[in-house]
Ligand binder design. Structure first.
Ligand code: PLP
Length: 429
């Protein structure tokens, strides 16, 4: 297998783009080696510029629940393009997508569209602060909420991989209102509330996907809800990753805890740049132009992006039982890999939520970020490189989550398990 063209392309890119990439994790830094440059995607497959074909378990980091080049999403985008790329004026497409999301999330009466998950979360925090008139926020170590200043504190994902829990360039003054708690540890939350009477919101990934896949315990979320209610604090579920992946009706439908504000991204845009945040009509009424909390965007609600999102979500809503199929495949995949690891004397911790899957080379169950950090990063890097050579494209950091698309067949899953057995045997001998 040659990846010569990718290596050359990476060299050229590094001369012009910092690190050769437009988002750090893509550089493969945590697993070593050279990133694969992609020529095209089709269904469950990616083809690189050397002509190598891979089964894709990244799916653009989550958005492509129907795989690459889904026919109905592609058709909707092409149709929308024919009418113009952007107007900076309202379109029916925005209301149609809003209606669809509101019908799927009980906690959302009104929604505002933006162009990324980062923007969605940043705006949701501002709204929570504006609504409560308070400044402090609580976030959990290892949860990633995009790269806005006040949230780039002990974040997971690429921020962990690159050892930048707090990035240079973020003034300490900007993060002094961010209090840190430990995921799945209610005592750490109580400590934050003991330390501050000015907490506007608690933000959490209810199904964390940026320290590997680490779902929050139901009891923990229920306690969190109770503490927020007792203190007049808003609870934000960041579902940029888990939204429409773990359940089409949000984490609130599977955890039993209802948030005050939900942030969305990835699947909601069907592969186009879309983020969103939504809440009750009362909270959303604070948002400009209805209320005083300012938020805006030249390309927000872009008609082509709205068309892609509408095509993806309406297809998902019509085919809701597909979630069970995806979950069964995700389960079979990680259970098969776990069995293969066990044969090599390696303990693997696994979990799935809908079409999201996670695995850690770790002796003990993973409940929080400190547990995740105890995983064998070296073994993960070797596993990742081995799987790439076998034609299986996994996320290039142990702090990421994997994704199954409807184009990922049972046969592909069995092939992946077989390849993982081969790779694990080779790297543990
Ligand atoms: N929130 C969560 C939970 C995410 O997983 C991400 C990105 O992975 C973001 C926010 C930021 O989204 P974006 O990369 O679209 O800015």
């Amino acid at each position: 297998m040659s990846t010569e063209a990718s290596s050359k392309a990476f060299e050229q890119a590094q001369n012009l783009i910092p690190g050769g990439v437009n988002s750090p994790v893509r550089a493969f830094s945590s697993v070593g080696g050279t990133p694969i440059f992609i020529a095209e995607g089709n269904g469950a497959y990616l083809t690189d510029i050397d002509g190598n074909k891979y089964v894709d378990f990244v799916q653009s980091w989550g958005p492509l629940i129907f795989g690459h080049r889904d026919e109905s999403i592609e058709a909707a985008v092409i149709e929308a393009v024919k009418h113009g790329l952007s107007f900076g004026a309202p379109t029916q497409a925005e209301t149609d997508l809003a209606q669809l999301v509101v019908s799927m999330f009980d906690s959302i009466d009104k929604i505002r569209f933006v162009s990324s998950g980062t923007e969605a979360v940043m705006s949701a925090i501002r709204l929570a602060r504006g609504f409560t008139g308070r400044d402090d926020i609580v976030k959990f170590t290892g949860c990633y909420h995009g790269h806005s200043d006040s949230l780039l504190v002990q974040a997971g994902s690429g921020a962990v991989t690159f050892g930048n829990p707090s990035s240079p360039g973020v003034p300490a003054d900007f993060t002094k209102h961010t209090l840190l708690a430990t995921y799945n540890d209610i005592e750490s939350v109580k400590k934050c509330f003991a330390d501050s009477q000015d907490i506007a919101c608690v933000i959490i990934e209810p199904i964390a996907g940026n320290m590997g896949l680490v779902p929050a315990d139901k009891e923990f979320l229920a306690e969190l809800r109770k503490i927020c209610d007792e203190n007049g604090t808003l609870l934000i579920f960041d579902e940029v990753m888990s939204g429409f992946r773990a359940s089409i009706n949000g984490a609130e439908s599977i955890t039993g805890t209802t948030p005050d504000i939900v942030t969305l991204g990835k699947v909601i845009g069907g592969g186009m740049p879309v983020g969103a945040f939504g809440a009750s009509a009362e909270i959303m009424a604070k948002l400009s132009p209805e209320g005083p909390v300012y938020q805006a965007g030249t390309l927000s609600g872009n008609p082509v992006a709205m068309a892609a999102g509408f095509a993806a979500l309406s297809k998902l809503k019509k085919n809701a039982p597909v979630m069970n199929v995806l979950n069964a495949r995700a389960k079979r995949l990680v259970e098969g890999m776990q069995a293969a690891a066990s044969e090599c004397g390696v303990t693997m911790q696994i979990d799935t939520r809908g079409s999201m899957f996670g695995f850690f080379f770790n002796e003990a169950p993973v409940k929080n970020f400190a547990d995740a950090c105890n995983s064998d990063a070296e073994l993960f890097a070797k596993f990742h490189a081995g799987m790439i050579k076998e034609g299986f494209y996994f996320a290039c950091s142990l702090y990421e989550t994997g994704f199954i698309s409807t184009a990922t067949t049972d046969e592909m899953i069995e092939d992946t398990i077989k390849a993982s057995a081969k790779v694990l045997k080779a790297i543990t001998n």
